[in-house]
Structure formats: C-alpha cells, structure tokens
Write a protein that binds this ligand. Structure first.
Ligand code: ATP
Ligand code: MG
Length: 178
C-alpha cells in the first residue's frame, strides 16, 4: 500500500520510444511492494503483446485491460462517431477503475493519443486528475499530451527520439516493441 502519502500524476509523452515501457517499469516496482495495480490500454489491441504475457505471470494484484480504442488515422473505414463511441466506453471503464479506490497505481496507457485525436475531451481527463483518490498514483502515457494535462501533472517526462530502427524501415520486434 502507498500509505497516506499523496499519489502522483505522472505523464510520459514525446515522440521517442519508452513511454509505455517506463510505465510498465513502475508497475513492476509497485507490484514488488504488494500494491494493487491496473493497466488500462487505450489501444485497438488485436494481438497479444509481451506486456500482456508478462503481466499474466505476476498474479492477482495486477489487472490489465485492452479497451479497444482505434485511432482515427489507423482505421479510415470506421466513422469518427464509431471511434468516439469506443473511446467513450473505454473512458467509462477507466473512470470506474480510478474512482473505485481499489488500486494504488493506475496506468492509462495511450490515453494522450485518444485526447489528441478528439476522442476523449481533455476536460474529462482534467476532471479525473482532480477527483482521483488522494493516495492513487495515476500514470498517463502517449504522444502529444495536452498542455493542460502537463500543467495539472506532478511529474512529466518527454521522451525524445534520437534514433529508431523504424527510420531504416526495420520492423517492430517482439519483446522490444510489443
Ligand atoms: P514503448 O511501448 O516501446 O515504450 P512508446 O509507448 O514510447 O513505446 P508509442 O507511441 O506507444 O511509443 O508507440 C508504440 C510503438 O511504436 C512501439 O512499438 C514503439 O517501439 C514504436 N515507436 C515508439 N517511438 C517510435 C519512434 N520514434 N519511431 C518509430 N516507432 C516508434
Ligand atoms: Mg506506448
């Protein structure tokens, strides 16, 4: 348990690799102290990722949910309204997890993207930051975090892209990228 201390709002943003993996690193630490942790991923999520396989071995203190939010740019055949509807359901689930007070750490992975594409209003995110349980540590990842979210957070790290093999047309690697 994180005790009586105030939980932090942590944002990992920027265009360099490492935002989600930094959040997963915190998850491992938190589990080490017996904290209860939820990872909610705002992703379309068709394939089974390494984090899903890995976290499955950590036991009952960890909940991982892929919330099936597609991004406008990736699914041109779906209407904007369909994306908004999926995001709205995902957001309701994220709010339930945060407000339930069952967790010491909640990661909303890729939430910043859903906000950036206009799928979830930034006002909603700011509301949740203000109304989260005091002790809860809340981590938000994804490129292009809104300025107001950055303002409201306690700890913000911007990953900077210096080099990435994708630049040379290399494919994503299991165990490294997913
Ligand atoms: P990771 O999950 O590896 O920590 P991330 O959360 O920082 O990455 P995302 O924007 O969520 O980055 O991107 C998801 C995927 O895109 C990952 O497979 C990641 O390796 C890859 N990626 C991240 N940054 C870059 C980049 N600058 N150029 C190309 N691909 C990237
Ligand atoms: Mg990510």
């Amino acid at each position: 348990m994180s005790g009586n201390q105030r939980g932090l709002v942590i944002v990992y943003t920027g265009d360099g690799k490492g935002k989600s993996t930094a959040a997963f690193g915190l998850v491992v630490r938190a589990l080490g102290y017996g904290w209860r942790v939820a990872v909610l991923q705002f992703v379309k999520g068709t394939w089974r990722t390494g984090e899903e396989r890995g976290f499955a071995k950590f036991g009952g203190n960890l909940v991982l949910r892929k919330l099936g939010v597609g991004f406008v740019t990736w699914h041109p055949k779906k209407s904007f309204e369909e994306h908004v509807e999926a995001a709205r359901k995902a957001w309701e689930e994220a709010k339930r997890a945060v407000l339930s007070d069952e967790f010491d750490l909640v990661v909303l992975d890729e939430l910043n993207n859903a906000t950036r594409f206009g799928l979830i209003p930034v006002e909603e995110v700011l509301w949740l930051i203000t109304n989260k349980p005091r002790r809860l540590h809340l981590v938000l990842t994804g490129r292009g975090a809104d300025e107001r979210v950055i303002e409201a957070a306690d700890l913000v790290t911007e990953m900077k892209m210096v080099k990435h093999p994708f630049e040379h047309g290399e494919w994503a690697r299991a165990g490294i990228d997913y």
